[in-house]
Design a protein around this ligand. Sequence first.
Ligand code: 7TS
Length: 406
Amino acid sequence: MLDLQHIRNQFPILNQQVNGKPLVYFDNAATSQKPLSVMNSWEKYYSEINANVHRGIHTLSQLATEEMELSRRKIQKFINAKNDFEVIFTKGTTEGINLIAYSLTNLIKENDEIIISYLEHHSNIVPWQMLCERTGAKLKVIPIDENGILQLDFLDKNLSEKTKIVSVNQVSNALGIVNPIDEIIAKTRANSNAMIVIDGAQSAPHFKIDVQKIDCDFFVFSGHKMYAPMATGILYGKEEILRKIQPFHGGGEMIATCTFEKTTYADLPFKFEAGTPNVGGNIALGAAVDFIENISHEHLQNHENALLDYAQKQLLQIEGLKIYGENAHRTGVVSFNLEGIGISSDVGMILDKLGIAVRTGHHCTQPIMNFFNIAGTVRASFAVYNTFEEIDILFEGVKKAQKMLG
Ligand code: 7TS
């Protein structure tokens, strides 16, 4: 069993009043709160170690380098990458996907095809559109049904030797739907030579990730959604492909030799890590991995699934409340609207007055909102420190909002 009070004690931010009410933080899909161990790791780095990495022979620089590389190895184990140099520090999922899309430019030609899905966050749409603009490639989109479930027969009809990239998320941020990436990857491997990119922004905080078992070519996620500081993230890439593709940013640290005539690039992972990295953040991301592993994925997931089941059961008692993706396999998110209340932020504002933090609007997934013909939803998203009592507070809050706005 999870010792919830012990866990909550590690998140001092939760222990406060907002608008005169105890804070109920249900905006974890946007960013999670940070435990003391992560904050202590950050503080220790800046108060005892701070120095630039990979470039100094002095003691602090070596210490900073050791700590950051230790964190890289923790993350390697966390996602079961074969090699630590396949783990590249980024500032988040957005940067990771942009890096891949840019670095693949030379391998993509006119009329090649890139497949994404209807459930993607804008950051798994726009970088591919930009790649299409640079190269003349075409973007294709796996459709969804009214439950938000991906229609995979689309892949049977559309995968071909023209398909060069398939990029999908493992969990949808707007609806919480868990996508069948095993099936998507199996179909892709069987019917094309496409590279497979998995956006794990909403899965890495919840699931055990095994990139070798998944057999993806790239896996990207954000540290700040899994208890680590802002502007941290990871791009995993298979060695063979990382060696083949061009760097994203040019500059310090990513070169082997540099003359005005020609520059050769550093080995992995440094080829993709130009400039001074977020050393303190990258080290604290290792502390966030420790935090999750100390709880264990099993406990974390059991608790989060129980929260979701309870939230859904409670909210569905409210007449006129519609949950999007209600019948799909979901994790961590409940996304809903109240009949007759078209502006989700009106509900969000009332909930805020009650101390409840939810996200409202399109959640950077406008195509999903267009599909359902809505401007946005109210989204409550859960983390390991959330409680059933907090869901009761949400339930009462939504009923109150309905009364006030109805
Ligand atoms: N992909 C998915 C599936 C996401 O949920 C997000 C962020 C991103 C990519 C981008 O991550 P970033 O860390 O680079 O910003 N999603 C959300 C959200 O749902 N609310 O705020 C940010």
